[in-house]
Structures are given as structure tokens and as C-alpha cells.
Ligand binder design. Structure first.
Ligand code: CMP
Length: 140
């Protein structure tokens, strides 16, 4: 089915100047960028986004990392966009990510892992609404 998913290009990848290379993976993989913006996240905004991880031992480091520099937040659209995006990203831990995936090619550690993608239709809906108003999304 046609789906939308929330994608974040994280501070490590923005700092490495590989925004374009990552976007190219999405576009070549059949996904369309239908909304995008660059943001410097606050502790509150990053913490709210990752609220489901609040009790995890890595939460503080995760928020610290996600606020360490600007990110690109975006909505990707396409056939099975949620799963397709996760295939293109590779495993959360870059050391376990399959060759040719974004995380294998651009990420170093499980914290600085280049990209985030929604993991289910429910989280996609919540995550898209967390960053975008309806009129900021441009289906095409
Ligand atoms: P992301 O998909 O953005 O969702 C939560 C993030 O927490 C994850 O990517 C990782 O960057 C980070 N993280 C750090 N340690 C862990 C861990 N042990 N398990 C899962 N995610 C982790």
C-alpha cells in the first residue's frame, strides 16, 4: 500500500555533509520526499519525540546526541514506505547493518547512526504529526 514514514537525517550525517547522498538512496529506492525541514532540536522536542525510550539507559545520551547539531526531518512517501525505508537504512547498529545500506555506509555507532525511520504505521502517524502540520506535506 502507499504509505508515509517519518525520516530523520541525524546530526552525524548532517555534519559529514552527506545529506544529498542519503536523499539519493531514498529517491533511487523509490521513495519521494513530500515534506522536509532542517531543525536544531531542543531537549524538550527531542525528548518528546523519543518518549517511548524515556526509561532506557541510553535515553540521556540519545537526547544529547540528537540536540548536538541540526537534523533534517522529512516525510517519505511510496509503496510500503515504512519497510522500504527500514531496508534502505539497515540495522540500528551500523556494525550489524547489511553492506550497501545507509547505516553501513555512513554511520559509526549505535548512537550516531545517521538516520531514523518510523517502525510501524502507528509510529509513522504519530511521528509525522509531531513535526509537520498537514499543510506542510506536499503529496505529488
Ligand atoms: P532510532 O531508530 O532513532 O531510535 C532510537 C535510537 O536510540 C536508535 O535509533 C539508536 O540511535 C539509539 N540507541 C542507542 N542505544 C540503543 C540500544 N541499545 N538499542 C536501540 N537503540 C539505541
Amino acid at each position: 500500500a502507499n504509505q508515509r514514514t517519518l525520516s530523520i537525517i541525524k546530526p552525524d550525517a548532517v555534519a559529514k555533509n552527506v545529506i544529498g547522498e542519503i536523499e539519493s538512496r531514498f529517491e533511487k529506492g523509490g521513495l519521494k520526499i513530500v515534506a522536509a525541514k532542517m531543525l536544531q532540536l531542543s531537549d524538550e522536542k527531542a525528548g518528546g519525540f523519543y518518549a517511548e525510550h524515556k526509561e532506557r539507559p541510553f535515553f540521556k545520551d540519545l537526547v544529547g546526541f540528537m540536540t548536538s547539531g541540526p537534523v533534517i526531518v522529512q516525510v517519505l512517501e511510496g509503496e510500503d514506505a515504512i519497510a522500504k525505508n527500514r531496508d534502505l537504512m539497515g540495522a540500528t547498529n551500523p556494525k550489524e547493518a547489511a553492506p550497501g545500506t545507509i547505516r553501513a555506509d555512513f554511520a559509526e555507532t549505535i548512537d550516531a547512526n545517521a538516520v531514523h525511520g518510523s517502525d510501524s504505521p502507528e509510529s509513522a502517524e504519530r511521528e509525522i504529526a509531531y513535526f509537520f502540520a498537514a499543510d506542510e506535506i506536499c503529496p505529488r
